[in-house]
Design a binder for this molecule. Structure first.
Ligand code: MG
Length: 155
């Protein structure tokens, strides 16, 4: 068994789409980032790489590379899935926290889980996502940022 952890945070700015877990959520702000800024997928990608002992996203998908400009973050997960298959590693489960003050994410979590299960070829029951508010504290609580933490278990 191998465990991995991932974390990501992006500033929320006007004029960007809010895409989390591959779901576009209607909102007046979205994450600033080199790619689409999907911090949930980024945290899961880093957790998978960490569990596999393969470093981090920056090693494979540097944000200085124009190839990843505005990229759909599902490409990172597809690439990491291939790396894990090469190492004969299987995902047991993924758990993640998604931190945003608003909008409410709970109605979107099932679709995010569905998206991730399809991208990684696992059953939705192997994935758990939780939406958390910042209660007015720190950058998330002030509505300035969106963040995600993920943990995965591989065998
Ligand atoms: Mg990121």
């Amino acid at each position: 068994m191998r465990v991995g952890i991932g974390y990501d945070i992006h500033p929320l700015v006007p004029g960007r789409k809010l895409i989390l877990g591959g779901v576009e959520i209607p909102f007046e702000k979205g994450p600033r980032g080199h790619s689409d800024g999907d911090c949930l997928f980024h945290a899961v990608t880093d957790a998978l790489l960490g569990a596999a002992g393969l470093g981090d996203m920056g090693r494979y998908f540097p944000d200085t590379d124009p190839k990843w400009k505005d990229a759909d973050s599902s490409v990172f997960l597809k690439a990491v899935r291939k790396l894990m298959e090469e190492k004969k590693l299987q995902i047991q489960n993924i758990d993640a926290n998604l931190h945003i003050e608003s909008p409410k994410l709970a109605p979107h979590l099932p679709k995010m889980i569905q998206n991730l299960s399809e991208l990684l070829g696992i059953h939705p029951s192997q994935i758990n996502f939780k939406a958390k508010r910042g209660e007015g504290l720190d950058a998330v609580g002030r509505g300035e940022a969106v963040a995600a933490q993920a943990i995965v278990l591989l065998s």
